[in-house]
Ligand binder design. Structure first.
Ligand code: ACO
Length: 399
């Protein structure tokens, strides 16, 4: 743009691109997506291999550090994360102050933002050790805050972390533990939830990552940046879609009602939630892996009756010209809600699970952003469409 600007009267070429569909906002080496081919890679590793052979904490390490850990590095990382799972008691008091029916995403967003006041040094973003400390804290504390927002809605006492358990098993313990005795989750469910966290860990410049980067570009602390990301994720067109899918399936109610529902979608009355993606114009690779995870979960919990409706809906949509022509395929959210429901999460919690999984991706991108010498404060252009140069008449003369 600068190169073709000839003088102050000639601003050069500006691009009107609402939603940034064709504008790169940064350079990044975290995640690669080829939406036409349905490819997703974290730091060059295909998502299918990571989901099958890795675990969430190792993937978090990979995203943050850019390479896989040695055994010693992994053990040190796991130790650090495990021993930062507790939060200050005043954070607990803050959360207890919410209404009984507060949406857990609102509670999560507020409590993550509040962490910045407990760690004022977090504002020192140019110090690498300090950044590392905040990254560890945030990955460690997200399950605690997420689980407490769940217990809050149920009116149950908050459960403290059990640091003898793995990252994901500890999360389940804080959610579902009902007595003094140790919580022992089914390992197959732990594995399935861990895979879901891996699948959600990053997705390049999606709406919430863009929010984290945009806010982070002001050089604010990472808690404030991630709180902004959580706000973006809350919306029904982003992370809130999995919750919306479940509500949609319930509303459809039975396979017989699907054709009428599809007609409504085609008439523009509503959207088929869990379908379509800004980047994927092919089957979302995460949706395939989720289908497999769903089988593993349903083996333990029994089949979710809404699964039949979802499968039939997918089949009909994939054969319908409206969806074919627009390259609308199931995305990660189409089946994830069914698994979450089988794991006994209420729909309001689905996006919280997404947020816990996405935290390493947000932080990897934030960490990349603050070290990027080319990065400027995010400040898009606008095309002004309002009035100009009006003369103000004081209220006393106008009324
Ligand atoms: N149902 C029906 N029609 C759809 C859908 C859908 N789910 N998604 C897109 N379309 C149609 C649009 O109406 C539009 O049709 P038109 O060309 O006749 O006007 C065309 O497909 C292109 O749609 P856009 O809205 O321009 O696509 P965009 O890339 O902006 O939107 C989005 C992507 C927001 C994900 C969209 O597909 C959608 O709303 N999907 C449903 C919500 C959802 O599942 N979100 C989760 C996304 S994944 C994630 O965040 C983890």
């Amino acid at each position: 743009l600068g190169k073709i600007k000839s003088d102050d009267e000639q601003p050069g070429l500006a691009v009107y691109d609402p939603g940034f569909t064709n504008t790169a906002s940064c350079r990044s080496s975290v995640t690669y997506i080829d939406g036409d081919k349905g490819i997703l890679e974290y730091r060059g590793y295909p998502i299918e291999q990571l989901a099958e052979h890795s675990n969430f904490l190792e993937v978090a390490y990979l995203l943050i550090h850019g390479e896989l850990p040695t055994k010693e590095q992994y053990e040190a990382w796991e130790h650090e994360i495990t021993f930062h799972t507790f939060v200050h008691e005043n954070v607990k008091s803050l959360m207890q102050g919410f209404r009984y029916d507060a949406h857990p995403m609102g509670m999560l967003m507020a409590s993550v933002g509040a962490l910045s006041t407990f760690y004022p040094a977090a504002g020192n973003i140019h110090d690498a050790d300090n950044r590392h400390m905040q990254i560890v804290r945030m990955i460690a504390k997200m399950p605690t805050l997420g689980a407490w927002s769940f217990r809050h809605a149920q009116g149950k006492p908050y459960v403290y972390p059990d640091n003898d358990l793995s990252y994901t098993a500890n999360f389940l313990s804080m959610l579902f533990k009902m007595s003094e005795s140790k919580y022992q989750p089914d390992e197959r469910l732990v594995k399935a939830l861990d895979v879901l966290f891996i699948l959600h860990a990053d997705h390049e410049q999606n709406c919430s990552a863009n929010a984290v980067r945009s806010v982070g570009s002001s050089q604010v602390d990472p808690y404030s940046s991630v709180a902004a990301g959580i706000g973006a994720l809350f919306g029904p067109l982003h992370g809130g879609a999995n919750e919306a899918v479940l509500r949609m399936l319930r509303r459809i109610g039975s396979k017989e009602n699907i054709p009428a529902f599809i007609e409504g979608v085609k008439n523009g009355d509503e959207r088929l939630m869990g379908f379509g993606h800004r980047v994927y114009k092919n089957y979302d690779p995460r949706a395939r892996i989720i289908k497999k995870a769903a089988d593993d979960v349903f083996e333990v919990t029994g089949v979710n009756p809404l699964l039949e409706i979802a499968q039939e809906l997918e089949k009909i949509a994939l054969e319908d010209e409206y969806f074919v022509k627009r390259k609308l395929y199931p995305n990660v959210d189409f089946y994830s809600g069914l698994i979450y429901e089988a794991l006994e999460f209420p729909p309001e919690m689905f996006t919280v699970l997404f947020a816990i999984g996405r935290t390493p991706g947000w932080l990897a991108q934030w960490n990349e952003l603050v070290q990027d010498k080319e990065q400027k404060i995010a400040r898009p252009k606008q095309i002004y469409t309002g009035d100009r140069g009006l003369t103000f008449t004081p209220a006393a003369e106008r009324w």
